[in-house]
Ligand binder design. Structure first.
Ligand code: AMP
Length: 400
């Protein structure tokens, strides 16, 4: 590595409504130098940072009541610990790139204006993501900033997976099935291309199972169907989100229960999914597995059922399946969920080796199975860092 790139670093930012995740990467090493997270930004805000060895860092005191303050405190901590580092570019996670943004884009005033118009499509995320961009622009004038979109990976989907069967004018207005978790699918696709290119040339279903959960059918490297749609509510049940729901239920809530949109939003986003089905027991799979109660069972049963159903649908639209890949906190760590999802799927060529599954090996399918089943830990921040490196012009020939 030349001296020029040795101390230059790339910051990734993921700004949510009350949280801010940061990570710092070097020009070539894919292990972050520093990671951190501010939570409950407001009167009870907290900030934690860890160095590359996972050791907690001494946080410089700051104002954690605003995103600006939290970013300032994170930057001050990093600067104090590593005065040698120079910031080369910043990458942002932005949930919505609309129909037009199919790849990361350098943030200019024009792009910011475009992205601001998409806030009505993702009112819970987009305004916070863009506020994070403005904060970073004010803190680092002149440093190039790039937006990476959760929707971009899916933009090549065929029309039939991009639309709803409502009056066509809605499609034209942008009411489409955008799909999300694109940074995760981008990373996993890249990993598969590296470790098993023959699979990537075929029909792959990736199940991103975390607190947010979705699945994506990937045919020859291209997303052809996703379980999430217009919003991040559709598809699989999640920690607290409902997943697929008959719109008639919403009409019932409106007409019969006389709930307003804020109340329905609260139910669908925050009181449903694993949390709702378990009767408020937990949104956390680890806790549900440990609880081993009827309430926990019915939540896990439904989660597994919907994954299997989606898997069948995705295999059908691709004309079969060559690989099933698990990622996300549950996909990477819950051998119970992986085992249960793969049960009774012999007809799809899916059969796991219980020993390999228990160990969480990279390949968990049995030796004789027709379909490869894998666990690939995802790394969304790294996708953002790579986009920031590209914008800064890190010479590819020097990549490790
Ligand atoms: P994520 O949003 O990707 O961080 O995933 C969070 C989810 O992963 C939560 O439901 C956690 O309970 C779940 N999870 C993490 N570790 C485990 C584990 N060892 N067993 C079961 N679920 C886990």
């Amino acid at each position: 590595m030349t001296e020029d790139w040795k101390n230059r670093v790339f910051l990734t930012l993921n700004a949510g409504s009350s949280s801010l995740k940061v990570a710092l990467y070097g020009a070539y090493d894919d292990t972050p130098i520093i990671t951190g997270q501010a939570d409950r930004i407001g009167p009870e805000g907290t900030l934690k940072l860890k160095d590359g060895e996972g050791q907690p860092m001494q946080v410089v005191a700051g104002d954690l009541t605003t995103h600006d303050g939290a970013l300032g405190a994170a930057i001050a901590t990093i600067r104090t610990a590593r005065p040698d580092l120079r910031l080369a570019a910043i990458g942002h996670r932005v949930v919505h790139g609309g129909a037009q943004y199919t790849a990361p884009v350098v943030l200019t005033p024009e792009v910011m204006e475009d992205l601001g118009k998409l806030s009505s499509f993702a009112p819970l995320h987009q305004p916070h993501n863009l506020a994070g961009v403005r904060t970073a622009m004010a803190a680092f004038p002149g440093v190039p900033q790039v937006a990476c979109f959760d929707t971009a990976f899916h933009r090549g989907q065929p029309f039939v997976n991009d639309t709803f069967a409502i009056p066509y004018r809605y499609y034209e207005q942008g009411v489409r099935r955008y799909g999300f978790h694109g940074l995760s699918y981008d990373y996993v696709t890249g990993e598969l291309q590296r470790i098993a290119p023959h699979l990537m040339a075929g029909r792959v279903v990736v199940a991103h199972l975390g607190n947010g959960a979705s699945m994506c059918a990937i045919y020859r490297g291209q997303s052809v169907a996703s379980s999430m749609g217009f919003s991040a509510l559709d598809g699989l049940p999640m920690g607290t989100r409902c997943g697929q729901i008959d719109p008639g239920v919403l009409l019932y809530m409106l007409d019969q229960e006389k709930l307003d949109t804020a109340q329905i939003r609260q139910i669908l986003y925050n009181e449903s999914g694993l949390m709702g089905l378990s009767g408020g027991l937990s949104n956390d799979m680890r806790s549900l597995e440990a609880a081993d109660s009827p309430e926990a069972h019915r939540a896990i049963d439904y989660f597994v059922f919907r994954i299997q159903r989606e898997l069948g649908a995705m295999a059908a639209v691709m004309g079969g399946i060559d690989a099933l890949v698990f990622c996300g906190g549950i996909g990477e760590n819950s051998r119970v969920v992986r085992r249960r999802v793969c049960e009774r799927l012999g007809w799809m060529g899916i059969e796991i080796d219980h020993g390999l599954n228990a160990q969480g090996s990279q390949i968990i399918s049995s030796e004789f199975a027709r379909t490869t089943v894998m666990v690939v830990p995802t790394h969304e921040e790294l996708v953002i860092a790579r986009a920031a490196r590209a914008v800064a012009g890190v010479p590819a020939k020097e990549a490790a």
